[in-house]
Design a protein around this ligand. Structure first.
Ligand code: C2E
Ligand code: SIN
Ligand code: SIN
Ligand code: FE
Ligand code: FE
Length: 396
């Protein structure tokens, strides 16, 4: 058929409606998608003042709010609690029915700070729907209102549709992250076939990186959230993925490198970034939130605070935080391990050296975070020892 477009009057009114959920067509962060959905919902049901999504982690029984939308309000607390200690939410799973609370005051005597804050913020009623992916429970969505008596059966039916829309949007993102993690893990397993660094080095340094990130978050030094910390831990094993591209004469050299060889070795950072881009491209994940963490870890883990590192000579805060964290974790483990070209140092020697180099080479807060956790460092070393036998690649 020939194109008929010319027959349409531009002002015929056929195209006067704008898709209220156009944001869902675009590559924007989940918060923005939820905000767009909330806005569309609000146009129909203006009593829904807050939407939040909490994810459940079976391993720890923890339920955590990770997404919330309450326009015009600086967002309140992040919910974090053990599901087994929340009887009325547990009952949702037991009964298989969502929960309708027409008067949040019934929880007034409860001990949950979160519930109290919601009430103080003026929330009166709430509808809570459990979310499943392929039959397994992964979280709850909460619709909260400042008014009560609005949660009629027709309203609940409409909210069910929105709950499933939000669930679909969130799980699509969760699956993308899962795919990237699987691609990363596969690449990591392949690195083991060539890199003489043992799997134990990777196991340890990833955990040091997590200790540092958790400590920075706990002391309020930085605003790292749980998901970011977990991704740093997941991505840390890939910091040296670019070494795969180095020739044997360098990668496997038993002695010290010559200056020319060192220059070639430095290319592992740039090659690493190229490989990450290739993985992201091949899996169609270029726009994934969090991919920057992986890029920075691979490219910038040899930058130093004084700007004399490589490959770009970034300095101080210009070096992404995740790369500053990985640098300390990686070098600490390199120092305390035996390499074909060097003996191992004691932990105290390595801590002292890192402290001496802090500020000129390493982020002081990252160094202090590791030193503070000296006891946990020892536990990690006891759990992941080098052995002559190359151990199989191990998951977390
Ligand atoms: P790697 O063995 O994982 O070491 C990572 C980083 O730890 C090094 O980055 C360096 O900052 C620090 N490091 C490791 N060993 C020592 C040490 O004995 N003294 C001091 N002060 N720092 C140490 P760098 O130097 O950019 O090296 C990157 C990678 O290049 C190393 O990863 C290793 O795979 C390789 N490499 C570096 N120097 C040599 C060498 O002399 N011979 C061989 N065969 N490989 C080397
Ligand atoms: C939340 O809005 O973050 C949770 C609300 C609830 O406990 O009902
Ligand atoms: C619950 O008991 O499951 C929820 C009420 C609360 O947050 O205290
Ligand atoms: Fe490296
Ligand atoms: Fe390393």
């Amino acid at each position: 058929m020939p194109c008929m477009m010319a027959d349409f009057e531009p002002d015929s009114g056929l195209y006067s409606h704008g898709d209220a959920l156009d944001a869902l067509n675009r590559s924007v962060p989940l918060e923005q998608k939820l905000a767009a959905i909330h806005e569309a919902l609000y146009a129909q049901m203006n009593f829904v003042d807050r939407i939040s999504v909490a994810a459940y982690d079976r391993a720890t029984d923890l339920l955590k709010t990770f997404l919330a939308s309450s326009p015009g309000h600086n967002d309140l607390v992040r919910y974090e609690a053990r599901l087994s200690e929340l009887p009325s939410l547990s009952e949702i799973l037991r009964s298989g029915h969502p929960r309708v609370v027409n008067d949040l005051g019934i929880f007034r005597d409860g001990r949950r700070v979160h519930t109290k804050i919601l009430e103080e913020e003026g929330y009166r009623s709430s509808y809570t729907v459990p979310l499943y992916l392929d039959g397994s429970f992964w979280g709850f969505i909460f619709f909260n209102s400042r008014t009560s008596g609005q949660l009629s059966e027709p309203a609940l039916r409409a909210l069910d549709v929105y709950a499933h829309l939000i669930s679909a949007v969130v799980t699509a993102e969760m699956l993308a992250v899962r795919i990237l993690a699987a691609a990363v893990k596969t690449a990591h397993d392949m690195v083991h076939y060539r890199d003489p660094e043992t799997g134990a080095h990777i196991d340890r340094m990833a955990r040091y990186a997590r200790l540092i990130a958790q400590h920075l978050a706990a002391t309020g030094a930085t605003a790292l959230d749980d998901a970011t910390i977990e991704r740093i831990f997941e991505f840390a094993p890939l910091h040296d993925i670019g070494k795969l591209a180095l020739p044997d004469r360098i990668l496997l050299k038993p002695g010290r490198l010559s200056d020319a060889e060192r220059e070639e070795m430095k290319q592992h950072t740039v090659r690493g970034l190229e490989m990450i881009e290739a993985i992201a491209h091949n899996f169609g994940l270029e726009h994934l939130d969090g991919l920057d963490l992986l890029r920075h870890i691979a490219e910038s883990h040899h930058e130093t605070m004084d700007g004399r590192g490589y490959p770009r000579g970034l300095r101080d805060g210009g070096i992404p935080l995740e790369a500053r964290i990985i640098a300390v974790a990686d070098v600490f483990d390199a120092l305390t391990s035996t390499r074909p070209y060097k003996p191992s140092w004691s932990n105290d020697e390595a801590f002292a050296w890192l402290r001496k180099m802090a500020r000129s080479k390493f982020d002081e807060e990252c160094v202090e975070a590791l030193v503070f956790n000296a006891k946990k460092v020892k536990e990690i070393q006891a759990r992941f020892r080098d052995s002559d036998m190359q151990p199989p690649p191990s998951p977390s």
